[in-house]
Ligand binder design. Sequence first.
Ligand code: BDR
Ligand code: CA
Length: 316
Amino acid sequence: QKKMILDLDTGIDDAMAIAYAVANPEVDLIGIIGSYGNVYVEDGVINSLKILELLGATDVPVYTGLQHSSESDHFDRMPISAEIHGENGIGQVELPMPARKPETGDAIDFLIDSVKQYGKDLILVPTGPLTNLSAAIEKAPEITTEIGNVTIMGGALTVPGNVTQVTEANINQDASAANNVFTSPLHLTMVGLDVTLRTLLTRKETQQWRDLGTASGKAFADIVDYYIKAYEVTSPDLHGCALHDPFAVGVAIDPSFVTTLDLNMYVTTDKEYYGRTVGDPARLDEPETNVKVAVNADVDAYLATFMKLLTTLFEE
Ligand code: BDR
Ligand code: CA
């Protein structure tokens, strides 16, 4: 069993990412780091604790990560976030206040210490901004070659962004941090909009969860229906909601869900093209590459696994 840490801005698809990790017997979820983005960091942390409690995973520690971009001294939540994820981040569904509190220890130190402890057996999946990972690399640069697998949800290589024409939401929160991560020696897999916008869930699947008649099945059906409804308004052509974050967790555990392109990349931070994830012209002809960009996906295989794992989890 590999060890896994999730770094997320819990949000609805982040909540599904937690469920996927908890449900998967191949990984041991050793901790969650909270980030800002879909919600303020404190709210994301509470959402993570609520979701873990709903799923009976009350032994997973939750740390409070950095609360704003490395380029700024505060974070302003975008109004669109409340439209897509609900004011509370989890589709306006009221889950009981968690009995547990977040950990008091430092989130960046938790990440660094975990790399020291588990090394190549550690999988890190950031599904929010890359601010925490960038800070960890700055503090302990050696972790870039010590850590096992880093799979991020973020970026867009071949398709328009979802915030501007060039930028995807997670990268857009902190392009400088993303650039630090992409241009570090770290080997990472980028699960971006290129593949996540093809990995869709519909009301048919959420109804299957509701029909289980369990608290978790009903809550997740209600939470995800909010997200599907938002997609029906903002992206009616998709006919479903994108499984951005749980797809990244799936790929981190089983890379065969995607085909990848090997590339050296950077992230542009100038105003006009802020947050664009592109090939780095200065390193294009280097024989060694450090990013695997997911460019194609076995959507049917992934969805089958996703439904099997989450349905089994919600049955309990
Ligand atoms: C990403 O942005 C967030 O809103 C989602 O949770 C996902 O991680 C998609 O661009
Ligand atoms: Ca997210």
